[in-house]
Design a binder for this molecule. Structure first.
Ligand SMILES: O=c1ccn([C@@H]2O[C@H](COP(=O)(O)OP(=O)(O)O[C@H]3O[C@H](CO)[C@@H](O)[C@H](O)[C@H]3O)[C@@H](O)[C@H]2O)c(=O)[nH]1
Ligand SMILES: [Mn+2]
Length: 734
């Protein structure tokens, strides 16, 4: 053996967080405080003299129990947070360019009006232009909207790609989503101006087609394209009912860019839909892409992207290979997840769409255990991980869909196309393991969480890749109702996992170990935060209105316990938020949205979940809109909450706002005149903070006159309901 042989080049490092020691100690101290709290609750319960005080104590007991349960679950993220670093520059020393693995990119879109085709196209172009051998990249677009406009946009994009890819390569452009590139500074050379003009003309063409609602004859240039669009003219073709449409838009063996370099494969897939067969939303779409891509290229690495998530760093695949090619990690690595990061957030992120805790802090925590959740987008999978556990492979029905099958035909070969159409059919999956043992999992509207969870249970691990410069950027909903609707969908999806056979505690802890089981429980039970949030937004306030004290007096030692519990958990949360790059203002928005979601999304999510479980049909996967009109956008930029349309989701919020404000005012008056001052302090402070959180709601109810103000109908309904609640509560407390 050669003793002087240098060690292999470094691909990645792992550093445990310095917070670990503190986190563990603090968790121990805080646990004692929680135990003390329940000691007090039990005492109060046993000593309660009236039925009302008994019920109040029970309500607080249950709420605190839920908060404590969630707190315990949440500690899993704090026991071993780690940070990783990759060295993509070393990849070339480890593997020859020609030996780099193939990469199949999946992009999902579902609605040409909520997800404008031009934005989908930008996402695709940004990955087609990756710093990676083009002959190894294949981009598959799934169009659940079954829209000719999307196909049209991609045909145009393919022509543009022939200019865009060499342009990026030769000028070493960093931003490869053309829309983003032209929106910010770019060097103005004649070449750039030419490309920009081309881009603009493509954009106008596509937007025109979407605007007039038809792909006009003048835009169809070849017989091949004409044949493709003619499918939309067949009888009864609709979004919910149509045959599979698979179109090879670019073929790496045939299509070249303007410098003669090959272009990546680009394939449009709109799976077959029938109103009579379930299609399992995004998970179903992804599984079709897994199969279609298996028939065509079967690359060992798969990147899944939502249509709005464009690449912000062309070297991202090399970063991922730092893990995928690391011999020590290969055995059980299922996926490498990037954080979800966003562009277009307003300054204080009023709707807390950044989800810093969910998409960053907690994932860093999971990475030190067996790895982050699958977050739905910006995730590189090993194809093999979609077919059973690392030691127990589950084979698909036919060997040509198997992850180790080598495709040795061009993607345009008739047999390949025939197989592709067959596996994109809506009856294909019946009596197969797709969705249960193979591929992305069905049965939850949060298919991402669900799929990642099952992979972990099968014995896989995952990694969190969190580079300083965001690898991907996506859109956030800029409309309050969309935000609440999105969170409601997540709530339903998570409960579907919590109340399944694979419950994260009964099944998860056994399969994953204690800490991972707790961490997954944190998410699964996320919506039950609604219960303590609702309790704390109404009960102390109604009591205050009736001058009933329900918390310890300031002079009692128990008061200090409450202060510690409150400051301890909010303080630690704020600290984590800020060290992960957050600002105080954004943290404030974040805690405010937590409260607002509890009163609306989570509560309605729980309700809808139970309606669904007893067989009452509900909405399904309502796609978040990625468009916003100019006026709304202006208000969003100004940091104004957008109400505008009447919605039951707003009613509970408005009710809480009203009850808290009246309780604060009357409470203050009573406090100033009353005898039980000390006993009401905590209730006053709590009510005061909720009133602070509700400021945008009062503003929307009374001060604003723009279109985003609270609709009168909502204000009136809320006022009636709030009075009813007050009327019911009053006689009891006497
Ligand atoms: O029937 C469907 C519904 C949705 N999608 C696609 O799924 C993606 C995500 O949908 P979106 O409405 O943007 O969901 P968000 O709430 O913004 O997304 C988060 O939550 C989803 C689960 O609820 C995850 O799938 C996403 O990756 C995650 O970003 C989009 O590209 C859609 O086109 C489909 O392909 N088919
Ligand atoms: Mn989205």
């Amino acid at each position: 053996m050669n003793a002087t042989r240098s060690p292999p080049p470094l691909l990645n490092t792992l550093t445990p967080s310095r917070r670990t020691g503190f986190n563990r100690t603090f968790a121990a101290v805080y646990t004692c405080a929680i135990v003390a709290l329940f000691y007090r609750h039990t005492q109060t319960l046993l000593g309660s003299k009236t039925l009302v005080s008994f019920y109040v104590t029970v309500a607080l007991f249950v709420s605190d129990l839920i908060l404590a349960f969630m707190w315990v679950n949440g500690q899993a993220f704090r026991m071993r947070p780690v940070y990783r670093k990759e060295f993509p520059e070393n990849i070339k020393k480890v593997v020859k360019t020609s030996d780099l693995p193939g990469l199949d990119v999946f992009i999902c879109t579902a609605d040409p009006y909520k997800e404008p085709p031009m934005s989908v196209v930008n996402t695709a172009l940004s990955v087609m232009a990756y710093d990676y051998p083009t002959d190894k990249i294949s981009v598959y677009v799934s169009d659940d909207g079954g829209s000719a406009f999307t196909l049209f946009a991609f045909m145009e994009a393919a022509r543009f790609a022939a200019h865009w890819l060499p342009y990026c390569r030769e000028n070493d452009i960093d931003q490869r989503s053309p829309d983003e590139y032209f929106a910010v500074n770019y060097s103005r050379s004649s070449e750039t101006e030419k490309i920009k003009k081309m881009y603009e003309s493509m954009r106008m063409k596509v937007e025109h087609v979407v605007g007039i609602g038809k792909v006009g004859d003048e835009y169809i240039t070849s017989d091949e394209d004409r044949r493709a669009f003619s499918k939309w003219n067949s009888d009864g073709f609709s979004r919910q009912n149509h045959p599979a449409v698979i179109q090879i838009i670019l073929d790496k063996n045939r299509d070249k860019d303007i410098t003669g370099h090959c272009l990546p494969n680009l394939v449009y897939v709109s799976r077959q839909k029938k109103t009579t067969s379930p299609h399992h939303f995004k998970a179903g779409a992804l599984n079709v892409l897994v199969r279609v891509s298996a028939a065509m290229t079967n690359a060992p690495v798969i990147l899944t992207l939502d249509c709005d998530t464009y690449s912000n760093d062309p070297r991202t695949p090399l970063r991922v290979l730092c893990y995928v090619l690391d011999p020590e990690m290969q055995k059980n690595l299922a996926y490498v997840q990037f954080p979800q990061e966003f562009h277009g957030l307003n300054k204080n992120d009023i709707y807390a769409c950044e989800h810093k805790r969910l998409y960053k802090v907690q994932q860093v925590g999971l990475d030190g255990l067996s790895g982050p959740n699958y977050l739905g987008t910006s995730c590189f999978f090993r194809r093999r991980a979609l077919f059973g556990g690392p030691l127990t492979m589950v084979s698909p029905e036919t060997k040509d869909l198997s992850p180790d099958y080598v495709v040795n035909q061009p993607i345009t070969a008739p047999s390949v196309l025939e197989l592709a159409h067959h596996v994109a059919g809506c009856n294909y999956e019946s009596h197969t393991k797709w969705g249960s043992k193979i591929g992305f999992r069905y049965g939850s509207l949060s298919e991402d969480y669900h799929t990642g969870y099952h992979m972990k249970c099968e014995g896989w691990r995952s990694l969190f890749c969190y580079p300083e410069k965001p690898a991907f950027l996506g859109d956030v909903p800029c409309n309050f109702l969309d935000v609440l609707g999105q969170n409601k969908r997540w709530a339903i999806g998570l409960l579907e996992v919590a109340f399944s056979r694979y419950n994260t505690i009964t099944y998860g802890v056994k399969a994953l170990g204690m800490l991972m089981g707790l961490a997954y429980s944190y998410f699964a039970f996320w919506p039950i935060y609604a219960i303590p949030i609702i309790t704390y937004s109404f009960l102390p306030q109604l009591a205050l209105l009736n001058e009933v004290s329900i918390f310890p007096k300031v002079s009692e030692p128990w008061f200090l316990l409450y202060i510690f519990l409150f400051l301890g958990s909010y303080g630690q949360d704020l600290f984590e938020f800020v060290i992960h790059g957050g600002t105080m203002h954004r943290w404030w928005s974040d805690q405010r949205m937590w409260m607002m979601r509890g009163l609306s999304s989570y509560m309605f999510g729980i309700t809808e979940f139970f309606l669904k479980s007893i067989g009452i049909p509900t909405q399904g996967f309502n796609v978040t809109s990625k468009v916003i009109d100019d006026e709304q956008n202006k208000r969003y930029e100004q940091g104004l909450f957008e109400f505008g349309v009447p919605s039951s989701l707003f009613v509970a919020l408005a009710m809480a706002a009203m009850i808290n404000l009246s309780s604060l005012i009357l409470g203050l008056i009573k406090f100033l005149n009353g005898s039980n001052r000390e006993g009401l302090v905590m209730q006053l402070v709590l009510t005061g903070s909720i009133v602070m959180n509700c400021l945008p709601i009062y503003q929307a109810m009374v001060l604003r006159s723009d279109k985003g103000k609270m609709p009168i109908k909502t204000t009136v309904s809320a006022a009636i309901l709030a009075s009813a609640v007050y009327a019911v509560a009053s006689p009891f407390s006497k």
